[in-house]
Design a protein. Structure first.
Length: 192
């Protein structure tokens, strides 16, 4: 299935991926090796593997795998992070080019954060559940395996979810977030 958004939203047509907490997203399963991630990504497009900076000695060496749908110069649709110790632990879906992933009926990728917040609060009220706040101050669905980040798209901050499990030497998914994703957030580059 493909989701199509309005042309002026700054969000591309998207494939729909499933998310299973602690298991994975789309064709990726947590714990995969670099080679397995590259093989799974072949159905999506081109991959580029690079080393991640080792900002904290407690983490084992980590690789970043950018998956592009088109030419090598196109922006990554998905970025996967693989730790030597635990394998694939994080999959980030680009707010513009990434696949659409839902959480209990709420679309997570490329959303205006205020609209996502409204949906998360309404969902929590409807199911007598919870929501939590992201660093940018918006409410999002309450799932410890989804760390929501903001990505500037023009003048609007859109949702860039990170689907995660805890990596080596960390206590939570928040502690596991790759340094590159902190730099990518809404204080980083604007994507158009």
């Amino acid at each position: 299935m493909t989701f199509k958004t309005e042309a002026d939203s700054g969000v591309a047509d998207r494939d729909e991926w499933s998310y299973a907490p602690t298991l994975g997203v789309g064709p990726f399963r947590f714990g995969m090796t670099v080679d397995e991630v590259v093989e799974a990504a072949q159905v999506l497009g081109q991959t580029q593997v690079s080393d991640c900076a080792r900002d904290y000695a407690i983490f084992s060496p980590t690789w970043k795998i950018d998956v592009r749908r088109g030419a090598a110069s196109s922006p990554p649709a998905v970025t996967a992070y693989v730790s030597q110790a635990v394998g694939l632990f994080c999959i980030a879906a680009d707010a513009v080019h990434g696949p659409q992933v839902g959480y209990d009926g709420i679309l997570l990728v490329g959303r205006d954060l205020s609209e996502l917040e409204s949906d998360a609060i309404a969902h929590a009220e409807a199911v007598d559940g919870c929501f939590r706040y992201m660093p940018e101050g918006y409410a999002v669905p309450d799932d410890p395996g989804v760390v929501m980040s903001g990505q500037l798209v023009g003048q609007v901050t859109r949702s860039r979810p990170l689907f995660m499990v805890t990596r080596d030497g960390a206590y939570t998914e928040w502690d596991s977030m790759p340094s590159e994703e902190y730099r990518h957030g809404c204080h980083g580059q604007s994507t158009t």
